[in-house]
Ligand binder design. Structure first.
Ligand SMILES: [Zn+2]
Length: 323
């Protein structure tokens, strides 16, 4: 049995891989850019190439892995019920119906586990990150969209056919703005980075004064910087409102699952307390007292590494090694 698992995090912009030990430490990492419109053959070849390179690096480590334990692969999009095939992936439109688990296992002669990327990241935080003391955890990834992962009783909750934890599509307003999923009023349509920028632009159009008024194509990071560095009122207000929307979503989650920990991750957490304070305020006002007192709301500890570490951790969990 080897000492290391390979964790892979397949994203719309980057394909990242890491050599991860049994304690969740990354010993080496590689990353290459992915082309969103690449065909499946190109992407799978890139995955194979990264695994090859990581195995070569691993051979030089002490203790050197006699064998790599296996490969954990986190992928965006929908995965079939058996966890073997990527059915469809929104950010990689040509990447559909790919039996990547079998392809990796056959090529390298090691076990492979395929997991949704948000689930993998949630497992990483549960294994060695912000939720390592907890038996139950919910994670929200706050980026261009809002992803989610749920751990209950030390196991990922995948649902009856592997599509659970779509937290971003929790409706908080029946006739709210249209979401990328086609529905209206999802939390993603209010509190993702994309949605926050949209609301900010609406605020500017209403005549509100801001240092970003003539800044051109405003991004979530620019709003965050203007709030933190210049105390820009409009930016502070929009981040606060984003936190309030997220607070409503978290209250819903707490009422349904009563988890020990809710972990927030993704680019949006760069706002720190500006985002966290209104979240906690809404929870204090709207959640049941018992739940509000017990559930911890925290930021991610693994950051961008959660996907790699979690994918490797999912493999170790599947093989019943440590974790
Ligand atoms: Zn939606």
């Amino acid at each position: 049995m080897g000492n290391y698992a390979i964790g892979i995090d397949l994203g719309g912009t980057n394909l990242k891989a890491g050599l991860v030990d049994r304690n969740g430490n990354i010993h080496h990492r590689l990353s290459i850019r992915t082309d969103n419109n690449a065909d499946p053959q190109t992407i799978s070849n890139q995955i194979f190439e990264l695994i090859d390179k990581i195995i070569n690096v691993g051979a030089g480590l002490k203790p050197a892995p006699t064998n790599i334990i296996g490969v954990g692969l986190g992928s965006p999009g929908l995965i079939d019920k058996k966890g073997e095939t990527i059915l469809v992936s929104p950010n990689l439109p040509l990447w559909r119906n790919i039996p990547i688990k079998r392809m990796v296992a056959e090529r390298f002669g090691v076990p492979c586990v395929l997991e949704n990327d948000a689930n993998a990241a949630a497992w990483g935080e549960k294994w060695v990150g912000a939720g390592r003391e907890a038996d139950s955890l919910v994670m929200l990834t706050l980026g261009t969209g809002i992803g989610g992962g749920i751990v209950i009783n030390n196991k990922l909750w995948r649902g009856v056919n592997n599509v659970a934890a779509e937290i971003g599509h929790m409706v908080i307003q029946m006739d709210g703005p249209k979401c990328s999923c086609g529905n209206y009023g999802c939390i993603e349509a209010y509190a993702s980075a994309t949605a926050m920028v949209r609301r900010f632009k609406e605020l500017l159009r209403s005549g509100v004064v801001s240092s970003l008024r003539d800044a051109g194509d405003v991004t979530a990071k620019m709003i965050n910087d203007a709030a933190l560095q210049q105390g820009d009122r409009a930016s502070l207000d929009i981040i606060k409102e984003t936190g309030q929307y997220l607070g409503v979503a978290l209250v819903n989650i707490m009422h349904i699952l009563n988890p020990e920990v809710i972990v927030l991750t993704g680019g949006m957490i760069g706002s720190g307390d500006l985002l966290m304070d209104p979240i906690k305020q809404v929870i204090k006002e709207k959640a049941f007292d018992a739940s509000a007192k017990e559930t911890k709301i925290v930021f991610s500890q693994l950051g961008n590494d959660a996907g790699i570490i979690g994918a490797a951790g999912c493999l170790l969990k599947e093989l019943e090694i440590s974790v």
